[in-house]
Design a protein around this ligand. Sequence first.
Ligand code: CA
Length: 231
Amino acid sequence: MRLLLIEDDSTISRELLLRWRPRGWVVQACFSLGAADQVLALSPDSGAFDLIVLDLGLPDGDGGHWLTKLRQRDRQTPVLVLTARDSVADRVLGLRCGADDYLVKPFAADELDARVEALRRRSQVSSGGLLHYGCLTWLGDEGRAYIEERALELSPREFEVLGILIRRAPRLVSKRALLDALADRNLEIGDNVAELYVSRLRRKLAGSGTVIRTLRGFGYLLALDADAGSH
Ligand code: CA
C-alpha cells in the first residue's frame, strides 16, 4: 500500500505513521497542500499512490478546493477526507469535491484503517477491466485470460496472480504484496505455497512470449521473454 497523507496536525500524522509503517505501507506524509503538490509532481503517473488521506483544513488552503483540482487530472486514486467539521453540509461538500469517503475528527484509528482498507479493495476490484501485456490479454470482468485467441485454463488464484503481475509488468511485485492482494480478494494462499502457484502459472504461460521471473527474497515479475520465437 502506497499512501499519501496530507495532514498538518503533527500529532495525528505521527500516530498514523507509527501505525502504518510497521505494516509495510509506504507512507508519504505532507503538512501542506504545497508539499503534496510537489510530491505528486515528482511522481511519474497518477497511479503513484494507492490512496490519499486528506485533511480539509490546511495552512495553505482548503483541502476541498485542492481535491476538485486534483480530480481534473486524476479520477482514479481513492481519496479519504478527514474533517473536523461535523455538519451534513460539510460532509456533502467533501464528497462533491471528489472524495470517496470521509471521517470526522476525532476518529478511532481502527475505523480509519477499516475505511482505508475498504477503499483500496474497492479500487482494486473496479480496476479489473482489460489488461494487455505481450500476447496476453486479461479480462477482469469476465474472469478470462488469453494468449492471443487461445483461452487459458486458470484457477481463480492463478487468474488473480496473473492480473496482479500484468498490472505491474514489467515491474517487480513483492511476495508480500501478492499475498496481500490475494487475501483482499478472499483468495488467501499460504506464504509457503506462493511459489507453487507461480510455477503452475508459469507453465501455463509457455508460448505466450512472456515469462514470470522469480527474484528470490524479493518477489516476482512478468516480463517479455527475450528468447521467445527464437526456437
Ligand atoms: Ca488541519
